[in-house]
Design a protein around this ligand. Structure first.
Ligand code: ADP
Length: 586
């Protein structure tokens, strides 16, 4: 074919490829064919330049090369054209793509928005003259337009794909953590055309999922792999099955700060995560999965191509991470509900199934006790009968506590208010508890009458519980004082003991459900559930009142209850209960 640099036919042909189709493949194919005709070249090809790597994206009549990627550092005329951003004419023997000394080669940089994104090259037997090199530059510019068009088209398509994916994730309602993460990894890897995707989650999330209950000390520092996907024959990265975020590094920093991490070329960056680097990953994008306050995990994607992820990809992955985070939180809430329902079912069955037989035992023990009295049983036998009665009472009290707990949890703790005298009620409770102990002296002081409107039975329960505790936790015996006072609109009742007391830390928790000071250690022998004070707090709160403790280890405790004098219109929202102080009991 004859060469004529002023022949516009080739150029038209070349530009035609940039029209409607805008696919980079056909457009560049047309351009390369036109270029070969125009320059009378043996072969022509286009390289993409990303980071420090050149890779072949289109060629015409180029002898086959394995993967077409070479580092800029390897040199050659193409690399030189990219580095100096100028056209280069050389022997093709110096080219890593051709390596044929019998050919001449002309290479020109493809520049987009001021940076070199690729190289256009052509080779032929005859040497290139300056006017032909000018054509090579023009062809490089046209290739730039084709690449840019294709990039825009690809970006548009990618955005549409990303939008669809995010929308689809938004419609998912229920998730089981691990299968969900596995599926997410596959979707992300596919949609982003990545080579490797990992979904890492805090270990405690998986523990909860596995039914091990909430971790006692939530191991939020340890991330474990909950889902993974990689293209075929991709190596297993070291250290990605679990990440200790206390050990530092790029993953840990992103997790702790909630800030995404992007690395354009891990091979050039010694700080990039080494596990990914060693299996040939070049681009890395890491996005934290947001939680209520702190991140609950990381989405990690990698590609063997350098600079494979741009800000669009990061924005997409952020949206995905947000959706994933929301779904994980929702599923946690659902799980909590399911667990609460199961617990209530359990409590209901246990309480009812237990209550009847224990009540029967109690009734029999009373019959036996009466018989023992009438027919003069030996002392030992009478003690046994008494013990049976006492134990049955304790069991019944615990069952009542479980039932109360259940009522509180389902919002069915209802008050039946009536006017009564708090002092008189307290006196009755004190006498009843005094009857159970010789080692303690229970006395009342303060005002003689204290009229209130409240639920008499429930307030009796509160005072009795405080007195029982005062006895139980003063093993050496001693005085216990119930103090009564009144102020504008309020009745104040406090129970003072000189027992074992408790630390400031324990004092902040005694009103928690199932809390027992030193549970599992020396006090395990006490028959109790750690529910008494929790229920007392709920009862007082339902009256619109407050309960608090002041205590010091070894010096006793003061539990004080403040009740509004009238609760007629005052079935208030329970208040937050504070610890008044931790000074020594008076
Ligand atoms: P329990 O059934 O274990 O007595 P409570 O809810 O009544 O449950 O009390 C919770 C915990 O608070 C008890 O296990 C005990 O450790 C501590 N406690 C309660 N009252 C006192 C007190 N007067 N002195 C010292 N510790 C107390």
């Amino acid at each position: 074919m004859s060469f004529g640099s002023d022949d516009p036919g080739y150029l038209e042909f070349a530009l035609a490829g940039l029209g409607d189709g805008r696919e980079v493949g056909p457009a560049l194919g047309g351009l390369l064919a036109a270029a070969r005709g125009l320059l009378n070249a043996d072969c022509a090809y286009i390289l993409r330049c990303e980071g420090s790597v050149l890779s072949l994206i289109a060629s015409d009549n180029l002898p086959h090369r394995s993967d077409g990627s070479v580092s800029l550092g390897v040199g050659g005329p193409e690399a030189r054209a990219a580095i100096i951003a100028e056209a280069v004419v050389d022997r093709a023997g110096n080219s890593p793509y051709l390596g044929r000394g019998d050919l001449a080669l002309a290479a020109a940089p493809i520049v987009l928005r001021g940076s070199v994104v690729g190289v256009f090259a052509a080779a032929r037997q005859a040497l290139f003259v300056p006017s032909e090199v000018r054509w090579v530059r023009i062809l490089a510019r046209i290739a730039g337009i084709a690449i840019e068009n294709a990039r825009l088209l690809e970006a548009e398509r990618r955005r549409a794909r990303y939008g669809e994916t995010v929308g689809a994730i938004g419609t998912i309602e229920r998730v089981q953590v691990q299968p969900f993460c596995q599926r997410m990894a596959a979707v992300i890897n596919d949609v982003m055309a990545a080579d490797i995707t990992d979904v890492m989650l805090c270990r405690n999330l998986l523990q909860v999922e596995a039914g091990h209950g909430v971790a006692r000390a939530p191991e939020t520092w340890e991330l474990v792999r909950a889902g993974e996907h990689r293209i075929e024959n991709f190596g297993e990265p070291a250290g990605l099955d679990r990440i200790d975020t206390r050990a530092g590094g790029a993953f840990a920093a992103s997790f702790k700060t909630g800030v995404p991490y992007r690395c354009a070329d891990a091979q050039e960056n010694p700080k990039a995560p080494s596990g990914l680097r060693t299996i040939g990953v070049r681009s890395i994008l890491v996005i934290p999965i947001p939680g209520d306050r702190e991140a609950q995990g990381l989405l990690i994607v990698g590609s063997r191509r350098p600079a494979a992820f741009d800000s669009d990809d990061a924005a997409f992955l952020r949206l995905v991470a947000e959706r994933v985070g929301l779904l994980l939180r929702h599923s946690a809430i659902e799980r909590d509900h399911a667990r609460a329902a199961a617990r209530q079912e359990f409590l209901s069955v246990v309480s009812h199934e237990l209550k009847t037989p224990v009540a029967v035992i109690k009734a029999y023990s009373e019959v036996l006790d009466r018989r023992a009295g009438l027919s003069d049983w030996p002392g030992q036998d009478r003690t046994i009968v008494e013990r049976i009665g006492e134990q049955a009472d304790r069991m019944l009290a615990m069952i009542e506590q479980l039932l109360d707990l259940q009522r509180i949890e389902i919002g069915l703790l209802e008050l039946q208010v009536s006017p009564f005298d708090l002092t008189e009620l307290a006196r009755g409770a004190a006498e009843a508890v005094q009857a159970t102990t010789d080692a303690h002296t229970i006395s009342l002081d303060g005002i003689d009458t204290c009229p209130v409107v409240a639920d008499r039975r429930r307030i009796d329960e509160v005072i009795t519980n405080l007195l029982d505790n005062a006895v139980k936790y003063s093993p050496a015996g001693g005085p216990i004082v119930v103090h009564l006072a009144r102020s504008e609109g309020w009745a104040h009742l406090s129970v003072h003991d000189e027992g074992v007391g408790m630390s400031a830390d324990d004092a902040t928790r005694v009103f928690d459900r199932f809390f027992q000071v030193g549970a599992g250690t020396y006090r395990r022998g006490h028959l109790g559930l750690g529910l008494g004070l929790y229920i007392a707090r709920e009862i007082v709160a339902h009256h619109g009142g407050r309960i608090a403790v002041q205590s010091e280890p070894g010096r006793g405790s003061i539990f004080s209850v403040d009740l509004p004098v009238s609760t007629v219109d005052l079935i208030a929202e329970p208040e937050t209960i504070g610890v008044v102080g931790t000074e020594a009991a008076g």
